[in-house]
Design a protein around this ligand. Structure first.
Ligand code: AMP
Length: 361
C-alpha cells in the first residue's frame, strides 16, 4: 500500500448527514485519532453532538460546501439521499468515498437492480413504471402478489405498497405518485425463508473485507433484530459473502456498503438493495466483531489496511424504537447487554433511539 495515499490519524473526515450512523462513525474515528466534521441541514444532529466540527446548511449551498471541502481531507456519507449534485461538487475538490457513481447507483432502485443483474447477481424480477399503462402491462409479466415502490427516497417500508389485486395496483399508483411524473418500480414478491445482509468494505488499494452473513428480523418494515450468524448452511453463507465481494469489486468501491439480501428456502441468495454507508444490521460488530463496521468504514475511506471481520461469537442486536429506549436502566442492569443510545431528545413511535448488543453463550 502506498503510504502517500493514506490519510493518517490527525486527518479530518467530512461526513454528509447527521444521524446516528454519523454519530457512531465519528466516535470510532475519534478513537483512531481522526476529527470528524458533520455537514447536515438539521441543528443539534446526533452526529454533531459528538464531532469536532459541524456545519448546518442546505446540501445545495455551494458557498458553504466549498468551505466544508476546504476544511476536510476526505468526504463520506452516513445518509444516501444526499443530492447527487452535492457529491459531484465535492468530488471535484477532494476525495469523496464512496464516489458519486456508487451513490447514484444506490439511490435509484432501477439503476441498482440493472447494475446487479449486469454482474450476474439475482434480484427480484422488476419493471420500471412511469404511467398507469406501464403498470398494467408489467403486471401481466411480473404478476401478483408484487410490491410497488418509489424509484428513489424510500426507506423502512415508506414509499411502497403490496399488490394483490388490479384495483389495489391502480390505487397504489395514485397514492405513491399520482400525476407527479415520478417513477416507480414493480417488483415480484420473493417468497424468502429469511432476510439477511452482509457488510463489505474495500479500500482504494483494492483490499476487500467481508463480514459474516447475518439474519435480519423486521417489525412494521423496520429492522428489529439482527442475529449473528444467520441460520444458513455454510454454502449459503459463502454465497452471500461472495455476492457482497463481487459487488464491492464491480462498484470499485472505496468505503463500506451494506447489502440487503433475501434467502429462499432452497438457499438461493437474491439482493434486495444496497446502502453506501454503515448499516443498521451491522451494529452488532461494535461489540461482537474484532473490527466494528464504523472503524472499518474509517479504515476504508482513509485507505488504511482493513481490520479483521471475524465475529467473536453468536450475538443479537436489538433496535430500541420509540419508548423502548426508556428501558435503559433495566438494560444497564443486564450483564450481557451493551447499550448504545443516540442522544435523540424525542422518542417518537418507531424512531430509532438506540440499540442493544448481546453476546450469546
Ligand atoms: P426495502 O425498502 O426495499 O428494503 O423493503 C422493505 C421490506 O419490504 C424488506 O425488508 C422486505 O421485508 C419487504 N420487501 C421489499 N421488497 C420485497 C420483495 N420484492 N419481495 C419480498 N419482500 C419484499
Amino acid at each position: 500500500m502506498s503510504a502517500d495515499r493514506r490519510l493518517a490519524p490527525g486527518s479530518r473526515i467530512g461526513i454528509l448527514g447527521g444521524g446516528q450512523l454519523g454519530r457512531m462513525l465519528a466516535l470510532d474515528a475519534a478513537r483512531l485519532g481522526y476529527a470528524c466534521h458533520i455537514f447536515c441541514p438539521e441543528p443539534d444532529a446526533p452526529a454533531a453532538l459528538v464531532s469536532a466540527a459541524n456545519t448546518v446548511a442546505a446540501y445545495d449551498d455551494e458557498a458553504v460546501l466549498a468551505a466544508f471541502a476546504a476544511a476536510v481531507d476526505v468526504v463520506t456519507y452516513e445518509f444516501e439521499n444526499v443530492p447527487a449534485a452535492t457529491a459531484a461538487f465535492l468530488a471535484e475538490r477532494l476525495p469523496v468515498r464512496p464516489g458519486p457513481k456508487v451513490l447514484s447507483i444506490c439511490q435509484n432502485r432501477g439503476r441498482e437492480k440493472s447494475f446487479l443483474n449486469g454482474l450476474g447477481i439475482e434480484t427480484a424480477p422488476f419493471a420500471v413504471i412511469c404511467t398507469r399503462d406501464d403498470l398494467k402491462e408489467a403486471l401481466t409479466t411480473i404478476g401478483m402478489p408484487s410490491v410497488l415502490k418509489t424509484m428513489e427516497l424510500g426507506y423502512d417500508g415508506k414509499g411502497q405498497r403490496m399488490l394483490n389485486t388490479p384495483d389495489e395496483a391502480l390505487a397504489a399508483f395514485d397514492a405513491l405518485v399520482g400525476d407527479s411524473g415520478k417513477k416507480l418500480i414493480l417488483e415480484g414478491l420473493i417468497d424468502f425463508a429469511f432476510e439477511a445482509s452482509v457488510l463489505v468494505a474495500r479500500n482504494p488499494e483494492g483490499a476487500v473485507a467481508c463480514y459474516p452473513l447475518v439474519e435480519n428480523r423486521h417489525a412494521n418494515h423496520i429492522l428489529k433484530e439482527t442475529h449473528v450468524p444467520a441460520p444458513a448452511s455454510p454454502q449459503t453463507a459463502v454465497s452471500g459473502e461472495e455476492i457482497a465481494r463481487r459487488i464491492a469489486e464491480g462498484l470499485a468501491l472505496e468505503g463500506l456498503i451494506g447489502v440487503e439480501l433475501f434467502v429462499t428456502q432452497e438457499g438461493r441468495v437474491l439482493v434486495n438493495e444496497m446502502a453506501p454507508r454503515p448499516h443498521n444490521s451491522g451494529h452488532w460488530t461494535q461489540d461482537a466483531a474484532v473490527t466494528s463496521q464504523f472503524e472499518q468504514c474509517v479504515r476504508a475511506v482513509c485507505n488504511l489496511p482493513l481490520g479483521s471481520t471475524v465475529a467473536l461469537g453468536p450475538a443479537v442486536m436489538t433496535n430500541l424504537l420509540g419508548d423502548e429506549a426508556h428501558d435503559w436502566l433495566a438494560i444497564l442492569s443486564d450483564p450481557k447487554a451493551k447499550l448504545h443510545l443516540y442522544g435523540k431528545a424525542e422518542a417518537r413511535a418507531g424512531r430509532k433511539m438506540g440499540h442493544v448488543n448481546r453476546l450469546l453463550d
